[in-house]
Design a protein around this ligand. Structure first.
Ligand code: NAD
Ligand code: UGA
Length: 453
């Protein structure tokens, strides 16, 4: 079937950019992105493109090109479902915070609500595409709901997990390493292959069975997060032994079997998915009685928690074992550069640890709003302040903690910052992005991740 109308349920970090690019690349397909969140839809429709709800380099241009032509954002979920031949489900699948599997399993209530809504509304055959990241075998449950509560129309289910990374979403969508489509019905698979085929080279479009496709997504995130935890584990050893983690990463990364990417030691990985997806994998393994498999992956999260808290502890230790009443400037709050997303950002844990030690934290992030930052630390007003001026953040500070790798941090007038700080002026570079030698020359006491300096 040639697709000419698509609906996507969920206008978040995945649904918004993904559908904007499909609409941009497939002008003959009408793409409607729907969400229950009225303010989010209003923001997607805002005439001021700086107000789009997701900040991604290049996204404004894509939305500008397609919105109103064949890309629409709406809160009329039923109407969009009914009109579409193909429906993407791109709603959130957070870690379940109640009942069985609390703190581990994926909470699939939003997925189930979507399936029930599609079944109730659909009056013609539909291809339903899982875009959200889901536990392996979720398609079985969706199919059962659709077939048992529907109006007798035919539903075909596909799994099409999304591999984009935030901050590079548009680039990743324009030139994906691969697009993965899992399904049991060739005709449905072919329909989606043809959509992506309008801009993705055929050899990059992989097809698989449903369960492989669902499991590949969790596995990809687990492998990526594992690399970060692996290099972070080595960073601690470097600090004890005089080795330098950047040099170790370079040396191992030149082995073509290991490869150079994703080997940057850091304050720990954040983002809405790595931890959630690994915990989900652990839960699935446990539910099949595979305790060794579960423990193996659990360790990736344990290591990451350790890395985040270790960074805060190091700051306290270096500041003569107390930060009580001291001003600490935090540069960065987003979980990585080029995004305004703060979900599971290491910055949150680090700030909370410092606040627990009675530090006065002042945060500067180029893209994250004050409201968001305050909200992330449950509005503890007294010990956290936010400023739109990085120099203000650092003024009269005892120490600076760099927690996000924003490029602009490298360009600051570090002499001016040094002059405005209390002495000795400490810098804790949680991303190893600053020029260590230059900073030391200015007079800073500079501490990196993964080297003993
Ligand atoms: P998000 O929270 O940004 O967006 C989800 C949206 O779905 C929200 O706006 C919410 O209001 C909406 N929604 C929930 N239930 C709804 C319903 N019944 N009807 C209409 N709208 C509904 O989430 P996200 O970051 O876009 O992630 C979505 C999925 O994609 C998750 O499963 C996630 O694991 C996966 N994923 C995310 C990324 C990423 O970079 N964020 C990358 C790959 C995959
Ligand atoms: C990650 C994956 O890279 C995507 O393929 C996937 O689609 C997505 O999760 C998802 O499922 O949500 P994302 O979380 O947006 O993407 O960003 P990453 O670039 O993977 O970074 C994740 C975290 O790891 C960030 O906090 C980043 O700073 C950290 N990181 C990454 C490091 O500390 N070191 C590295 O070398 C790489």
């Amino acid at each position: 079937m040639k697709i000419n109308s698509i609906c996507c349920i969920g206008a978040g970090y995945v649904g918004g950019p993904t559908m904007a690019v499909i609409a941009q690349k497939c002008p003959d397909i009408k793409v409607t992105v729907v969400d229950l969140n009225e303010s989010r839809i209003a923001a997607w429709n805002d005439s001021d493109f700086t107000k789009l709800p997701v900040y991604e380099p290049g996204l404004d241009a894509v939305v500008k090109e397609a919105r109103g032509r064949n890309l629409f954002f709406s809160t009329e979920v039923d109407k969009a479902i009914d009109e579409a031949q193909m429906i993407f489900i791109s709603v959130n699948t957070p870690t379940k915070m109640y009942g069985a599997g609390k703190g581990m399993a994926a909470d699939l209530k939003y997925i189930e609500l979507c399936a029930r809504q599609i079944a109730r509304v659909a009056t013609s055959d539909k291809i339903v595409v899982e875009k959200s990241t889901l536990p392996v075998r979720t398609a079985e449950a969706i199919k059962s709901i659709l077939d048992n509560t529907g109006n007798g129309v035919k539903f075909q289910i596909l799994s099409n997990p999304e591999f984009l990374a935030e901050g590079t979403a548009v680039e990743d969508l324009h030139r994906p390493d691969r697009v993965l489509i899992g399904g049991n019905e060739q005709e449905a698979i072919q329909s989606l292959v043809e959509v992506y085929g309008q801009w993705v080279p055929k050899e990059r479009i992989l097809t698989a069975n449903l369960w492989s496709s669902e499991l590949s997504k969790l596995t990809a995130n687990a492998f990526l997060a594992q690399r970060v935890s692996s290099i972070n584990a080595i960073s601690e050893l470097c600090e004890k032994t005089g080795a330098d983690v950047n040099e170790v990463a370079k040396a191992i990364g030149m082995d073509s079997r290991i490869g150079p990417k994703f080997l940057k030691a850091s304050v720990g990985f954040g983002g809405s998915c790595f931890q959630k997806d690994i915990l989900n994998l652990v839960y699935i393994a446990k539910s099949y009685g595979l305790d060794e498999v579960a423990d193996y992956w659990q360790q990736v999260v344990i290591m990451n928690d350790h890395q985040k808290h270790r960074f805060a502890k190091k700051i306290v230790k270096k500041l003569y074992n107390t930060v009580s009443g001291k001003k600490i400037a935090m540069l960065g709050w987003a979980f990585k550069k080029d995004t305004n997303d703060t979900r599971e950002s290491a910055a949150i844990d680090i700030a909370l640890d410092l606040i627990a030690e009675e530090a006065n934290v002042m945060v500067y992030d180029p893209k994250v709003s004050e409201n968001q930052i305050k909200n992330d630390v449950n509005n503890i007003e007294n010990n956290i302040k936010v400023t739109a001026d990085p120099y203000q953040a650092c003024k009269d500070a005892h120490a600076i903690a760099v927690v996000t790798e924003w490029d602009e941090f490298k360009e600051y007038d570090w002499k001016k910052i040094y002059d405005s700080m209390l002495k000795p002026a400490f810098v804790f570079d949680g991303r190893n992005i600053l020029d260590k030698e230059a900073l030391k020359k200015i007079g800073f006491v500079y501490t990196a991740i993964g080297s003993s300096n």
